[in-house]
Ligand binder design. Structure first.
Ligand SMILES: Cc1cc2nc3c(=O)[nH]c(=O)nc-3n(C[C@H](O)[C@H](O)[C@H](O)COP(=O)(O)OP(=O)(O)OC[C@H]3O[C@@H](n4cnc5c(N)ncnc54)[C@H](O)[C@@H]3O)c2cc1C
Length: 490
């Protein structure tokens, strides 16, 4: 029997973007169907379980949780009935190669004391001025780019843009994030810490614009948050709400979409097909052009854009504890600039990368077996190079050695369970082209204006949201993209 159904909108992809967009469109009275290739929702916000340990597979750092709450409030629900989070007292612990360390947080006085002690009183003052500017730029300029579709030339003549010309045309915009940071801090360590924020969108701090010095505002002024039941609970809560609101989902389907006269027709197989006025792509647009819409010229056009970094993540369950580590930790590489040159210029995986370690069991003891810890260990990799077994083994040894150098503990014989996620498996699980974590890289001064837009000229009633399109990757921006699309549709 053939099922033929008519919807106002079909959404391709049930990751965070797809679910958020479905909730917003349903609220506007549209009949929505979400189509997902995996057997469950969530995409990068998936989780892993093994031998009494649990890991969030992708994102580990939550900022701006109010964007999530907004979706529950839209339906008059109390967010904490669906998803609970707490503000965390630290932002991140940074470990340097000389074995020194600094912990930053959104508590200004504590952080200034920490910097004064570890570096100097002058750098503590420089820090205050840096994050104050970061906040100003995020609120003023960020708001213009982040809450609306990519501004057109005409919009740049609007008075609300004109008042930002002095900043837009300042040196900050045209010099690299690294040069900007070098002009604000004397110490290499402070420069390194603020260069690291370039990885928030998977870009090269030595190339991307100083404009991105607004990113630290999220962690260091607003603060970082921790969902009590892990990052996965964001999806569980939103999906529960979507089902309560009778939004329809179809899993394990591969859909093809065609534009026909004033409608789109979609076809899943010989038995399931239908039509819809609107289509929303909530996956990487390149996958969408290749497999869903089948428009090779558009795919070729966007494949020319340099991709952001991919990642190699080890999920280690250990039967011991590393006391010096907090919820979020960075162990810097010996040569940060060389690391990014290798990834972006040589298009190779670095052999001496910076290591990020997240341990959710510190706040949620259920995530680890007794007396153990669940280590989420991630390095940035190239989205061009491959992570073969040899590289993977080398990195495993490198990370274990780095942990031993810093903390004088050899975890080699303490790893009781191991999983990994790399460029190829990120691409196959989520459809992200070349396993890039954030779509295109933001390495040019005008990257923010050149990102894949939320709507393209060639197709009416086709919209794009998610981490690979405007305004960017990461949970806060993905949620904003869903809101921008819902507003464009109205
Ligand atoms: C390792 C890692 C660490 C990260 N760390 C952070 C962090 O700490 N903080 C942060 O804010 N962000 C982080 N991010 C980024 C963040 O996870 C993403 O920006 C966000 O989850 C993207 O959501 P999305 O819905 O756009 O895409 P996805 O989560 O990729 O969802 C896309 C969905 O579409 C489905 N799909 C793909 N192709 C098709 C198709 N043809 N048909 C049907 N369905 C399809 C996929 O199966 C998937 O379910 C991280 C990402 C990774 C991978």
């Amino acid at each position: 029997m053939t099922t033929q159904k008519k919807y106002d909108a079909i959404i391709v992809g049930a990751g965070l973007a797809g679910i958020a967009c479905a909730l917003r469109l349903n609220k506007k009275g549209l009949r929505v169907l979400v189509l997902e290739k995996n057997d469950k929702p969530g995409g990068k916000l998936s989780e892993l379980h093994s031998q009494g340990f649990r890991w969030d597979q992708g994102p580990s750092l939550l900022t701006e949780p109010e964007n999530i709450n907004e979706l529950f409030e839209l339906y008059g629900k109390n967010p904490s009935d669906y998803f609970e989070f707490v503000k965390h007292s630290e932002s991140c612990r940074y470990f340097f190669n000389d074995n020194s360390r600094i912990t930053l947080s959104s508590n200004l006085q504590n952080t200034k004391e920490e910097i004064k002690e570890a570096i100097s009183a002058d750098e503590a003052e420089n820090y205050e001025s840096y994050i104050s500017n970061s906040k100003k730029n995020y609120e003023n300029l960020g708001a213009l780019f982040l809450n609306d579709s990519i501004p057109s030339l005409l919009k740049f003549l609007h008075p609300k843009f004109i008042k930002h010309y002095p900043f837009l045309l300042s040196r900050t915009m045209f010099r690299s994030l690294n040069s900007h940071n070098a002009s604000k801090f004397e110490s290499d360590k402070m420069q390194l810490i603020f260069n690291r924020f370039g990885t928030y969108n998977g870009s090269n701090p030595y190339q991307m614009s100083g404009l991105y010095s607004m990113i630290p505002n999220l962690e260091l002024n607003d603060g970082t948050y921790f969902p009590k039941n892990g990052m996965r609970s964001i999806i569980d809560g939103l999906y529960k709400l979507a089902l309560e609101e009778n939004i329809e989902f179809s899993f394990e389907v591969l859909v093809e979409v065609k534009r026909e006269l004033s409608e789109y027709t979609y076809r899943i197989d010989d038995n399931i097909s239908g039509s819809s006025k609107l289509v929303i792509c909530a996956i990487d647009p390149i996958s969408f052009y290749d497999y869903v819409l089948k428009d090779p010229p558009l795919s070729i056009k966007y494949k020319k854009e340099e991709r952001s970094t991919s990642g190699l993540v080890f999920y280690w369950g250990i039967d011991t504890k590393i006391p010096e580590l907090g919820l979020h930790n960075i162990l810097f590489s010996k040569d940060y600039q060389e690391e990014f040159n290798t990834i972006f210029k040589e298009q190779k995986n670095s052999l001496e990368p910076t290591v990020y370690i997240h341990i959710s069991s510190l706040l949620n003891p259920n995530d680890a077996a007794e007396n153990g810890q669940n280590l989420f260990v991630m390095i940035n990799t190239s989205s061009i190079d491959t992570t073969d077994d040899v590289y993977m083994e080398k990195m495993k040894q490198y990370i274990i050695d780095k942990i031993q150098e810093q903390f004088k503990i050899d975890i080699r014989n303490h790893i009781v369970t191991e999983n990994y996620w790399d460029k190829a498996s990120i691409e196959s699980l989520t459809g992200s082209y070349q396993g890039a974590l954030y779509g295109a890289a933001s390495n040019k001064f005008d990257s923010a204006l050149k990102r894949h837009p939320n709507k393209i000229k060639k197709y009416d009633n086709l919209y794009f949201c998610g981490g690979a399109v405007h305004p960017g990757g990461g949970i806060p921006l993905v949620l904003r993209s869903a809101k921008i699309v819902a507003n464009l549709i109205t």
